[in-house]
Design a protein around this ligand. Sequence first.
Ligand code: UDX
Length: 440
Amino acid sequence: MKITVIGTGYVGLVSGTCLAEVGNDVLCLDLDAKKINTLNQGGIPIHEPGLEAMVKRNVEAGRLRFTTSIEESVAHGAIQFIAVGTPPDEDGSADLQYVVSAARNIGKYMTEYKVIVDKSTVPVGTADKVRAAIQEELDSRSVKLDFSVASNPEFLKEGAAVEDFMRPDRIVVGTDDDRATQAMRTLYAPFQRNHERVIVMDIKSAELTKYAANAMLATRISFMNELANLAEKMGADIEHVRQGIGSDPRIGYHFLYPGCGYGGSCFPKDVQALQRTAREYGSDLKILEAVESANDHQKTVLLDKITARLGKDLSGKHFAVWGLAFKPNTDDMREAPSRVLIEGLWQRGATVTAYDPVAMEETTRIYGDDPRLKLANNQMEALAGADALVIVTEWQVFRSPDFSAIKAALKSPAIFDGRNLYEPATVRSAGMEYFPIGRK
Ligand code: UDX
């Protein structure tokens, strides 16, 4: 099938590439010429396991192309995916200007029936705005053409996005006509594997499903974080509690890990946007307010533990920080707990040497050459001259370190662990203090 993907950000690039991988003829549009040049040469602007090789292979095979020409992109795809950004505006609602302008462009140039699919995470009701924008453009050209609008939210996890697209748990499709349903079923047939993965519903339900999924997951995390803080005060161990409740299949083991707060481009934004939408409809999602404020608090938990141990004034102190990305296998630092920690340490007069396996360039982009932050070439080098070690992201490479070497490098040997990577007894028997989340 001929597919156009508008927007070569995270979602657009992964979706376009995976659709090309199964044999479709995919053209991706972005207005950023530099980015398009890089992509046409098989290079990618983000870190995502497996993606670069897949882009390269499909570009070489001629199934995946990138363009800055709106006219060309509208003419190409029978299905046009809108996968542009929806950044939160000041009041927390999703800014739809890029979505609407993509829709307008389709209306301006289309000359035959098309299915226009919202892939971006957009508030309930956006499909109506997309439809109206396209219709307005057609009317202003006095052209009569049929088109369908569909919603097909993505559930990709950064760091596992290619795998998630190629082997989805479910593919949610919101449509209100058979022609679009048929086109979407044909498009996704190669991803069905052994059983039906496509769940067809009305458009508004599809739009809400995306927010409901992310808000539910964020709620689980905030709940576990609050329980962890309580367990710690009571002298219980959240790791035992996690296993005890996760074994109930109604609860399950996934997404039950307490930590130093959720971050990333989705949870914080989507939790806010859903609250905003609910208010617009006159309902108040009290749970989500609590989820958000619990998460804001959780991002300061590491700093609280540090000041409780070392005093509120940290001037002259130096900390090693392992992990900067909001989670492993990505270089994304949007809403990352590491930023709250580092900025909090600075405010109290401390300095930091940090290491992350892939987010070093991103850190430099964010903090420039701030003299309060040094970047180390590896995790052990980050420890030199530090008072204590703080772990913020659970990269695999941090899981089995040489504890005696850590102890030897630190001035007041202590590990503040925001991800519960170690058994407390192991760290303590190596002669270090250990401050995990929610453990005795
Ligand atoms: C999420 C959704 O999982 C995905 O379906 C959606 O399409 C986009 O948003 P992503 O933001 O890539 O994906 O990351 P995810 O793996 O879900 O983690 C989100 C945050 O929750 C991270 O900061 C992570 O550290 C935190 N988290 C996750 C926990 O603190 N504990 C857990 O048990 C799981």
